[in-house]
Design a protein around this ligand. Structure first.
Ligand code: GRG
Length: 291
């Protein structure tokens, strides 16, 4: 079952990150970094990477570094997203946000350190893949994490608050803010599976669509979810004047949009037959989840 797979994969990635951090020099930031990235969160991006890798019969061992790296970037983005200068949230994953627990300065620095750790994990000499692929993965990670990716999307999200934005503007913002990291997950799998540029582009845009679906589901949880299950405050988007599809066209229409998107994604996976079953299960989970 998908929930069991999520738990098993999250444990695998937590173990990798714990071991990785143990081998590093000591620093005052290790605790807030661990607090932000280990033992918390669904680690769904890792399950997506491992499920996409199955389609191309990739060895899990070659994917673990990519998973850990993505989880570092994701956790860094959440730590910074919760800061008072951004979304100002004091709860995350059912516990106090990193800046509440360790203070703002340490949260900023722990977030920065997780961002750089992500690149270190891919560049590591013990991560043995051919150098050209490694370089391509690092380049794509930078593109998806920075101003052309999640950081740029976050800037748009904040600038769109209390403004009337069009459907296309909202979709493009969400594709950057959330979609680009999912896009990286699929691109990296394409690189490791030695796919050609056309196939890698197809995988990237599929990832971006899955990321958009994930963000839409997150918006639905903000309206209809349970604070306890989601592990963070709900009903904030409306209060903060966030530009979401729900605020623009209403819950029902946004829900139809998401269901159509899901159908299209599943259709695109059909060509891979049974090998894509695991990934299809994750896609179904994304829209049905309550956490
Ligand atoms: C560059 C200063 C600076 C900050 C960057 C990039 C960024 C801040 C924030 C990212 C924006 C963001 C938080 C997008 C939301 C994505 C989303 C739906 C997060 C929740 O993801 P889950 O449900 O979380 O996978 P868990 O807790 O399960 O890991």
């Amino acid at each position: 079952m998908i929930r069991n797979r999520l738990i098993i994969n999250a444990k695998k990635i937590d173990k990798f990150l714990n071991n990785y951090l143990k081998k590093q020099g000591k620093s005052l930031l290790i605790n807030p970094m661990k607090y932000g990235v280990i033992s918390g969160g669904k680690k769904i991006r890792s399950t997506i990477i491992l499920s996409a890798g199955k389609i191309f019969n990739l060895d899990q061992k070659k994917l673990i570094n990519v998973c850990a790296s993505v989880e570092c970037i994701h956790s860094y983005s959440l730590i910074h997203d919760d800061l008072p200068c951004m979304d100002n949230d004091s709860t995350r994953r059912g516990k106090p946000s990193t800046h509440i627990k360790f203070g703002e300065a340490s949260a900023v620095l722990a977030g920065n350190s997780l961002l750089t750790l992500a690149f270190e994990i891919i560049a590591d000499k013990n991560y043995i893949i051919d150098p050209k692929s490694k370089n391509e993965i690092i380049k794509s990670l930078a593109f998806c994490a920075g101003h052309t990716g999640i950081a740029g999307g976050q800037e748009l999200d904040l600038k769109f608050e209390n403004k009337k934005k069009s459907l296309n503007q909202i979709i493009e913002m969400q594709k950057k803010k959330t979609g680009k990291l999912f896009s990286f997950c699929f691109y990296a799998v394409g690189v490791l599976a030695k796919k050609n540029i056309k196939e890698k582009k197809f995988l990237s845009s599929l990832g971006e669509e899955i990321g958009l679906l994930f963000q839409l589901a997150d918006d639905f949880l903000d309206v209809k979810g349970s604070k306890k299950l989601v592990g963070k405050p709900i009903k904030k988007d409306d209060k903060k004047g966030k530009s979401t599809l729900i605020n623009l066209i209403g819950y029902e229409k946004a829900n139809n949009y998401a269901n159509n998107l899901k159908k299209n994604i599943l259709l695109k996976l059909k060509k891979h037959g049974k090998k894509a079953n695991n990934l299809s299960d994750v896609i179904e989970f994304i829209l049905n989840r309550n956490f």
